[in-house]
Design a binder for this molecule. Structure first.
Ligand SMILES: *Cc1c(COP(=O)(O)O)cnc(C)c1O
Length: 368
């Protein structure tokens, strides 16, 4: 095969794989073709988008505009929240948990056993002492066991990773219950990081959803950009209260030159993509996508239950359908994510009812 043939083959391979893409939470409905011409530049967003730099081939201004949309969506005050467009949810988790550990170097990081695997990687990377807390059957952290651990270690600050939608089942760790546990343990110094990789772009559009954003006591948040929003390049939104980033008053943060980012050279195209998604989809479009996905999630659970008596279930406010793990053939074919004896489908905007029926029909008839 020559180069062109190889590229054609790769193109067909990706096209076919994406058509059967159902277990991973990536919105594949996007059209960034208007941005292709920007690939002709050495765009590099090195440094903090709120700082200044002499590397001028950047999209910092567009990045700040995109960030201000997310800050507003998450009810933050623009002058109090800082952050950047990261390489993905993992980097946002590293950014947030590292800020917490810098704030409280003598602290312990707490997270549930259903946390994304990035959390364990991060605590090892930053060499933080940690406690992994078991979960309840729906995937929420076991608050009583958390409380036991907090009480045992109440001489040390607590840095807590809250799952705002676990990867496998979309379970949400309740901040109010965790705050009660902190209070009853007597711990006064704590830092709360929210891992909202997927649900961070769904929950803001549900009136009845628990409050996880900057109206609450959350100190930092991580959201993936290539999941619910959709992007061909992985990216994320990393946000934290400004006081943690520079360790001083927010108004001073605004004028100081700071570099809070994890990477050096940074993607300048993904902030542009996030900005473009905001301009073209907008708050209303995200809201409609969230509503449609939630409705289709209910539909898929019912279809599993009623059509096939398969005990599929979902957590409240979640777009993840959990069901008994089918055979490897089905797992491969539909690219289902699995954990022990369960599998899931994440209902993204491209997964309409007829697509869902074809996946469920196949899994039910050929999967067990
Ligand atoms: C996907 C996911 C992550 C990691 O995000 P990436 O963008 O893949 O780095 C972290 N936490 C949760 C809950 C996730 O679902």
């Amino acid at each position: 095969m020559n180069v062109d043939q190889k590229l054609d083959a790769l193109y067909e391979q990706l096209k076919s794989a994406q058509a059967r893409f159902s277990g991973y939470p990536c919105n594949t409905h996007f059209d960034y073709s208007k941005l292709y011409r920007f690939l002709n530049f050495v765009v590099n967003n090195v440094g903090d988008p709120f700082g200044s730099t002499n590397y001028q081939v950047n999209t910092h201004e567009i990045e700040r505009e995109a960030l201000s949309f997310f800050i507003e969506l998450l009810h933050g005050k623009p002058e109090n929240i800082r952050g950047y467009i990261s390489n993905g949810g993992t980097e946002g988790n590293l950014f947030g948990l590292n800020l917490g550990f810098e704030r409280f170097p003598e602290g312990i990081i707490y997270f549930s056993a259903r946390s994304h695997y990035s959390i364990k990687k991060i605590v090892n990377l930053i060499r933080a002492p940690y406690r992994e807390i078991p979960v309840m059957p729906n995937g929420e952290i076991d608050y009583e066991l958390l409380c036991v651990q907090l009480k045992k270690n109440n001489d040390k600050p607590a840095i807590i990773n809250l799952n705002i939608g676990t990867t496998m089942a979309g379970a949400i760790d309740k901040q109010t219950t965790i705050l009660e546990a902190l209070r009853s343990s007597g711990i006064k110094n704590y830092y709360l990081h929210g891992d909202a990789a997927l649900s961070g772009m769904v929950l803001p559009f549900i009136n009845t959803a628990p409050i996880f954003d900057f109206r609450s006591e959350i100190d930092s948040l991580s959201i993936s950009g290539h999941k619910f929003i959709g992007s061909p390049l992985p990216c994320g939104i990393a946000l934290a209260r400004a006081e943690h980033i520079i360790g001083s008053e927010p108004n001073i943060a605004y004028v100081r030159i700071i570099d809070s980012t994890i990477s050096g050279s940074r993607n300048g195209i993904t902030p542009l993509m996030m900005w473009y998604a905001i301009q073209t989809i907008g708050r209303q479009g995200f809201l409609e996508n969230a509503k449609q996905c939630l409705e289709n999630t209910e539909y898929a659970v019912k279809y599993f239950n009623q059509q096939y008596s398969i005990p599929a279930w979902k957590n409240e406010h979640s777009i993840t359908v959990v069901f008994p793990r089918p055979n490897e053939n089905m797992v491969q074919k539909w690219q289902l994510a699995t954990h022990e004896d369960i599998a899931h489908i994440v209902i993204m905007p491209q997964a309409d009812k007829s697509f869902l029926r074809s996946v469920i029909d196949d899994v039910a008839k050929n999967g067990y």
